[in-house]
Ligand binder design. Structure first.
Ligand SMILES: [Zn+2]
Length: 81
C-alpha cells in the first residue's frame, strides 16, 4: 500500500517542499497535484502530478470524501498541456 502522505515532493526549481493542492480520479489511477506555495515558482510551470494505482492507494481509501471526491482536481492539472 502507498499513502501519499508518506511521500514528500520537493521542487527541483526552488528547492522547497510542494504542498498537495488537488486530487482527481482518472480511470484506475488517483492523481495528486502538488504545487509550490511561494512567489518564486509559477505553479503552472512547476506543479507535480503523482499518479497512484487505486488498488494500493491507502490515503484515498481512508478519506474517500476528501475534496468532494476529486471534483476539486478539475481546477489544477486537469489537462496534459
Ligand atoms: Zn518551486
Amino acid at each position: 500500500m502507498v499513502n501519499i502522505r508518506d511521500i514528500s515532493v520537493k521542487c527541483g526549481h526552488c528547492g522547497t517542499y510542494q504542498t498537495l493542492a488537488a486530487y482527481q480520479r482518472r480511470g484506475e489511477w488517483n492523481v495528486y497535484t502538488y504545487e509550490c506555495e511561494n512567489d518564486r515558482c509559477d505553479p503552472a510551470v512547476t506543479r507535480t502530478l503523482i499518479e497512484v494505482p487505486r488498488e494500493i492507494d491507502e490515503f484515498a481509501r481512508r478519506d474517500p470524501e476528501w475534496r468532494g471526491g476529486g471534483r476539486h482536481g478539475a481546477q489544477g492539472g486537469d489537462s496534459d498541456a
